[in-house]
Design a protein around this ligand. Structure first.
Ligand SMILES: C[S@@+](CC[C@H](N)C(=O)[O-])C[C@H]1O[C@@H](n2cnc3c(N)ncnc32)[C@H](O)[C@@H]1O
Length: 259
């Protein structure tokens, strides 16, 4: 009898752990990067007080958005809140660069919400080159596998739409991308390409050279405890000792704003 009770208690504990895996992981893997509210990045995100318990957007932060229906099964997308943040920043950005296009969801939002004379550059691997990506020493295996799984599009959500004329797609490996034509030019850079250490380091170092004064660099997938984000977390934790990088509350985004 006591043996049975013991087994039942253990079973209950295991079920509780399985159901709360995310919460438990979150507890043990606390962010090492200081968290900030999005309003600390820019006043455009300040909300309008509707009543004591309700706050809403101002005219400046109402943006164009769309929904990707579940049947598309696109992986590695930004959340609604993250998409809104990037869209709002796009309204005040003339030159934008994205590492990692995938379906083109974020690229399209950037184009829909920026000025008509804004320019959006996006760098992505061509599916025909996906098998030529080699893992470097120290790169996460799962992040490497995800690169191959996500490199499947050469037509994007914005293909054939009027906004396409604002977008320049570079089908190439970002490791060979020459940033020297864009030094101090970009208002907004979104780093969401390969999540291996070697790629995230390469993309970030190039971004620091391309971002202009007051410009903003954003990284996606800073998720401590998540296996596929391991290298993003490791890289950002390491550079945050010398660079002012902050995590945006309630997102997996980190930001850096040049002086
Ligand atoms: C997570 S997805 C990007 C999602 C997209 N930014 C969005 O918000 O919808 C990653 C993309 O990065 C691309 N990628 C991965 N490694 C790359 C590399 N070394 N150079 C260029 N693109 C890369 C993949 O082909 C894939 O399209």
């Amino acid at each position: 009898m006591t043996y049975l009770v013991f087994i039942l208690i253990i079973l209950n504990i295991l079920i509780l752990i399985a159901y709360n895996k995310k919460k438990i992981k979150k507890h043990f893997y606390k962010t090492k990067i200081l968290e900030k509210d999005i309003t600390d990045l820019h006043s455009i995100f300040n909300l309008k007080k509707v009543s004591n318990d309700l706050k809403g957007p101002t005219k400046n932060s109402i943006v164009k958005n769309f929904c990707i229906t579940p049947e598309n099964q696109i992986i590695g997308m930004t959340s609604n809140y993250e998409s809104w943040i990037i869209s709002v920043l796009s309204t005040i950005s003339k030159n934008i660069l994205e590492f990692g296009t995938c379906s083109g969801k974020t690229t399209y939002l950037m184009a829909l919400n920026s000025d008509k004379d804004s320019k959006i550059y996006t760098i992505t691997l061509n599916p025909s080159d996906a098998d030529k990506i080699y893992k470097k020493n120290g790169d996460s295996k799962i992040a490497q596998k995800n690169i191959i799984n996500e490199t499947i599009y050469n037509k994007f959500l914005f293909s054939g739409e009027p906004e396409e004329k604002k977008i320049k797609v570079f089908f190439m490996n970002s490791l060979t991308f020459d940033e020297s034509n864009f030094l101090d030019k970009m208002d907004l850079i979104f780093i969401d390409g390969g999540h291996t250490f070697s790629v995230i380091k390469n993309d970030s170092e190039k971004a620091f050279k391309m971002i202009k004064s007051k410009g903003v660099v954003l990284w996606h997938d800073y998720n401590p405890g998540k296996n596929s984000s391991k290298d993003v977390v490791r890289y950002l934790n390491s550079i945050s000792k010398n660079k002012e990088i902050f995590k945006i509350k309630n997102t997996s985004l980190c930001f850096y704003q040049k002086d």
